[in-house]
Write a protein that binds this ligand. Sequence first.
Ligand code: NAD
Length: 411
Amino acid sequence: MNLFEMAKIPLNKAIEVMKLDPSAADIIATPERTLEVSIPVRMDDGTTKVFTGYRSQHSTIMGPAKGGVRYHPGVNMDEVKTLAFWMTCKCAVAGLPYGGGKGGIVVDPSKLSERELEGLTRGFIDRIAPIIGEKMDIPAPDMNTNAKIMGWMMDEFSKIKGQFEPGFVTGKPICLGGSLGRNAATGRGVMVAAGEAIKALGIKPKQATCAVQGFGNVGSWTAKLIHDMGVKIVALSDINGAIHNPKGMNPYDVEKHLQKTGSVVGYKGSKPISNEELLAMDVTILAPCAMELQLTKANAAKVQAKVIVEGANGPTTPDADKILDKKGILVVPDILANGGGVTVSYFEWVQNLYRYFWTEEEVIEKQESLMIYAFKKVYDTAKEHKVNMRTAAYIVALGHLAEAMKYRGMY
Ligand code: NAD
């Protein structure tokens, strides 16, 4: 089964529970448009290398498509379509006026020089320019892309259009119209979701422990902000391995170690463990914040966490979901838990459109209240329909999408 088919399993469950009109269900199950492009880049050695890129617009029912661009050797059309579909659902759960999109380039960016990376980024924007723009489709960072890359994208698109185009991309440097609070936003949302989840179970932060898989943008901010909430961070990991300290670790300090050595592994006072051991750890909160398909049929039965908060997109397979459900683990699904990034991207876009900027405190306050509201809506929907939080999140998303489709005369 490919990733997109797998991603539709919880969607179909929600369609069944809410008895959604089959025409509306068909529209949601099919991406509106996916573009594949070739990007020739003049390399430092004088040769020209051709890279493959994608931009998928799953839906523009609720507004312009919105979603990140990923640079990774594993990027493929199926993955991009799936991620775009999740964006549609994520924006709908959070109540944002966006559809869903996603892009990617098949590349290992660590093998490119800065000049080659810039050439690749500009070439990608040149190719997808006809289908993007602040009212059509708004890119953002994802795996291996960052504010600097978004700055190049904005510059290239502004050149193509012959005018300043800050609202066409989010996650930009602050001086180019980026929003305060965007960098930490996805991790902040994961922290809010974790906080609400343990509150629902009657657990106080001081009594809780947490393990975070992945220590990139999402994982590091998740760990830092959950630590700030008073929860003990006992395990962390990155692609090089995992570390454990039952007494707790300060993620701000771990970040300094990572900056010096390139990995969380070897942090003082910690013991190296495997990725599998981290996922199976007896903790209150497990936050998978690395990549897709981490909790599977093979390891779900070993999970001991009380709450799983999905910082990454699609870290849990449908088979694993069933096992986690049976174990009574509260899973806060990706389309709710990691919606903080796109929420603050939305704030950035709004600020760009009216060229007036908010303080970081305003951004944080607005983000947290939106996310607490979304969590409550999903939690209450789960109780009402006697389903898990994932099915409930899809019910909430589909409810918004179906209503918009109806009024647009689509079914
Ligand atoms: P990133 O590249 O900054 O970080 C990824 C981290 O995961 C790194 O620490 C890396 O070493 C680690 N990692 C990779 N493979 C691993 C493995 N097999 N085991 C353990 N660790 C591993 O990426 P990111 O932006 O933090 O994104 C992480 C996930 O969150 C992705 O699924 C992404 O789609 C999702 N996401 C990101 C954002 C955002 O705003 N950045 C928003 C929503 C969802």
